[in-house]
Design a protein around this ligand. Structure first.
Ligand SMILES: [Zn+2]
Length: 283
């Protein structure tokens, strides 16, 4: 799976549906039909980015591709109308996407800053191991951000080691820089006019050349709408709160489980503190 911005025959922000999606050993294969596509901007309301953040098993990736098409399509795959990628590639992209979302959580104070950077560099190392080059990682890999003077020299250190020993100010600088680089506002933007029976419909559009572009744009749009994804502290599932009201847990069962546990702990503490009957009554 290649990290490229291809300008295919379909309009920017449109992406192809997949069919005949199947897992063959460690690869995920599907066919693409040029005439069948959807608008990534419109797909936002159905939250494919949240779905991707929650993908873990090969079957979940398969379901995701069945619904939203392949993450990327190279020119060659486009010409053959067939997209093939390793399941591990999907997992690497998902880990990277989760790590990018984790950087946002750290900026918001919902996650430890160092921990978010360790997760990010682990995800980036996974991408590099899978053969995605520096240029594919927006030329951000490893120490470019941490210490540009050592980027091309042998003095490179393991970024995870660096995170553990860097000062708070350094951690903050790298955290902000990395996050801003991954979720830049899409450019260019514009409006498109569609004929709808007797009238015309005006719709905003953005140039998104792949589903991967679209997913990152959705993270940006979540912030714009003040609806950032949240990780449920109980089951670790990522969800988008259903209203602007603060929602900590993904579902009622998770909230219920956490409240029950809290109540049980409180109860236990108060039992421990309560003086035993008899001893205090004796006088
Ligand atoms: Zn939950």
């Amino acid at each position: 799976m290649q990290f490229q911005h291809n300008v295919h025959t379909i309009a920017p922000s449109f992406w192809s549906f997949a069919y005949e999606v199947r897992i063959e050993g460690r690869t995920l294969e599907c066919r693409i039909r040029p005439g069948q596509h959807y608008d990534l901007v419109e797909a936002y309301s159905r939250a494919p980015h949240i779905e991707f953040l929650n993908c873990e098993s090969p079957d979940q990736f398969k379901e995701f591709v069945t619904r939203w098409g392949p993450l990327l399509i190279s020119d060659e795959q486009w010409a053959n109308r067939r997209a093939i990628a390793q399941i591990d590639d999907y997992r690497n992209y998902r880990n990277l996407f989760l790590a990018i979302s984790g950087l946002a959580d750290a900026c918001r104070g919902r996650k430890d800053r160092r921990e978010s950077l360790v997760d990010y560099f682990r995800a980036e190392a996974g991408m590099l191991r899978a053969g995605h080059g520096r240029e594919e990682l927006q030329e951000l890999s490893y120490l470019d951000r941490i210490d540009p003077s050592t980027a091309n020299s042998a003095g490179k250190r393991d970024p995870i080691e660096w995170v553990r020993s860097a000062s708070d100010a350094e951690v903050l600088r790298v955290l902000i820089g990395l996050f801003e680089d991954w979720v830049r506002p899409p450019n260019p933007w514009g409006l498109r006019v569609y004929p709808r029976r007797r009238r015309l419909e005006i719709k905003p559009c953005f140039e998104l050349y792949s589903l991967w572009d679209g997913l990152r744009w959705m993270l940006w749009f979540d912030e714009w709408n003040r609806f950032p994804p949240t990780t449920c502290p109980e089951c670790r599932k990522v969800f988008r709160p259903s209203s602007h009201h603060k929602q900590k847990f993904c579902s009622w069962p998770c909230a219920h489980r956490a409240t029950n546990r809290k109540w049980r702990r409180k109860d236990l503490r108060s039992k421990k503190r309560r003086p035993r009957k008899g001893k205090s009554d004796g006088n």
